[in-house]
Design a protein around this ligand. Structure first.
Ligand SMILES: Cc1ncc(C[n+]2csc(CCOP(=O)(O)OP(=O)(O)O)c2C)c(N)n1
Ligand SMILES: [Mg+2]
Length: 444
């Protein structure tokens, strides 16, 4: 779909856009470097997950979205948040559990979103669950006439959850305007991808759902952006979801506590030589899009911004203790004021225009009658004892009830395997035409 080092995507971007991608990758890395420092100073309250070496994935994919589009990040997608417009101070304060953070200190990692302005759904810890959720967002946008695309990410490990498959199948059959980015970073905790999936390309999983699946070089930001852009445009045209596998590498352990000693040295060396920021810098310099001065300007801009953002975060207070009891349960308007934003006439979706005549009806449905007019045999205990086809059923029910009664009488411990009395089994057998043993089982 897209060629490495921008051979394909390069014509789609202005110089400013090329530099934007560079800026966001550098910002992504600098924000995470700052958080590592804060972690070592014991100022980070929750876990800290690094996306070192995966910046091209978060930045390249999110950059393909429009402002009105929706995304839901996973733990290694801080770059996507920055592209969408989240200020670094929010990321810092969130991890420091400060009162000015988006969750007002109630979460110590990246579980925050912004439904109102930036259209960000908070990460869900249960891997894969964002897939049906974002499919729902995509479908809701279509229903409201908003022409939006929804995007989320999933890891190689997360792509083996049941909900990945349920969600993607649902998105496919609903032709939801949804893009799923599968970050194949070679590891899920300490499990290498080869030991959990017998596939070379995880994009092949898309075949099972009849949707396109593409594999791109996740360390080449232009390749990632080009593929994501095409996927987003296709989804927006109403042609359904796409699975985009980006091959990359998790350069740090699962989180700060994990030295990742299980990673073979050669593997690490291979990927470190393919650092996405360095690769892109080389490309930009070769294409004369970046010179020493513009590089220094960008570095300076990031340094100044992060100094301010970090100061703000460090000076923000911790939440007051009494706040712990607020916001635990949703209290309607006091909790949120989200309302659907319709972009199509309401009359289109309300009666009489929304009315659809049934194309297929079942006679007697809902009246308690079978289609032939007789009483429909329903459940044990519900069926009337008299009349018509109810008679045989009610005889059977009586026999079953008697058998159950016999079985429920207190028994001595040694007779726990006691069978229903032969007489009752014979009655059941006569009614059902089954052998005594089968009838006994039916009576259970
Ligand atoms: C359904 C579910 N199972 C297990 C976990 C625990 N868990 C959190 S992250 C993780 C590893 C995920 O690996 P991968 O999907 O490859 O993402 P990566 O960490 O490599 O970005 C696991 C097992 C979880 N959060 N959700
Ligand atoms: Mg992984």
């Amino acid at each position: 779909m897209a060629k490495a080092n921008g051979a394909n995507g390069s014509k789609q971007l202005t110089r400013q856009q090329y530099l934007d991608l560079y800026y966001y990758m550098r910002l992504n890395r600098a924000v995470e470097d700052t958080m590592v420092k804060l972690f070592r100073q014991n100022k980070i309250v929750g876990g800290l997950y690094s996306s070192l070496g995966q910046e091209a994935v978060s930045v390249g994919t999110a950059y393909a979205l429009e402002k009105k589009d929706w995304l839901a990040p996973m733990i290694r997608n801080i770059g996507a948040l920055l592209v969408k417009g989240v200020p670094p101070r929010d990321v810092f304060m969130q991890h420091m559990a400060k009162y000015d953070s988006p969750t007002k200190g109630k979460d110590g990692t990246s579980h925050f979103g912004d439904l109102e302005n930036l259209h960000i759904v908070s990460p869900i810890s249960m891997l894969g669950d964002l897939i049906p959720v974002m499919t729902g967002v995509a479908m809701a946008g279509r229903y409201l006439g908003q022409k939006i695309v929804a995007m989320t990410w999933i890891g190689d490990g997360g792509s083996s959850t049941g909900v990945f498959h349920e969600g993607l199948n649902f998105a496919a059959v609903q032709k939801a305007p949804f893009v799923l980015v599968l970050e194949n970073n070679q590891w899920a905790y300490s499990t290498p991808v080869k030991r959990q999936v017998p596939l070379d390309n995880l994009a092949d999983r898309a075949k099972a759902y009849g949707i396109p699946g593409y594999t791109v070089d996740g360390n080449d930001v232009i390749a990632v952006y080009s593929a994501a852009k095409q996927a987003v445009e296709r989804a927006r045209r109403g042609e359904g979801p796409i699975l985009l596998e980006v091959k990359t590498f998790r350069r740090m352990g699962h989180a700060q506590h994990d030295p990742a000693e299980y990673v073979p040295k050669e593997m690490r060396a291979y990927w470190e030589a393919r650092d996405p920021v360095a690769l892109y810098e080389k490309f930009l310099t070769g294409e004369k899009l970046l010179d020493e001065k513009s590089k220094k300007d960008i570095e300076q801009r990031i340094e100044t911004l992060l100094a301010q953002e970090r100061d703000f975060a460090e000076n923000s207070p911790m939440p007051p203790p009494e706040f712990a009891e607020h916001g635990v349960y949703c209290a309607g308007d006091d909790c949120h004021k989200i309302r659907p934003r319709w972009e199509r006439p309401l009359s289109e979706v309300t009666p009489p225009n929304s009315g659809v005549s049934a194309v297929w009806t079942v006679a007697g449905f809902g009246s308690g009658k079978a289609s032939g007019g007789a009483n429909a045999p329903i459940h044990f205990g519900d069926t009337e004892k008299t009349g018509g086809s109810g008679r045989a059923d009610s005889g059977l029910l009586e026999a079953v009830a008697e058998t159950r009664e016999a079985r429920s009488k207190p028994r001595a411990l040694k007779s726990t395997n006691a069978k229903p009395p032969a007489k009752k089994s014979a009655k059941l057998a006569a009614l059902t035409g089954k052998s005594k043993t089968q009838a006994r089982k039916a009576g259970r």
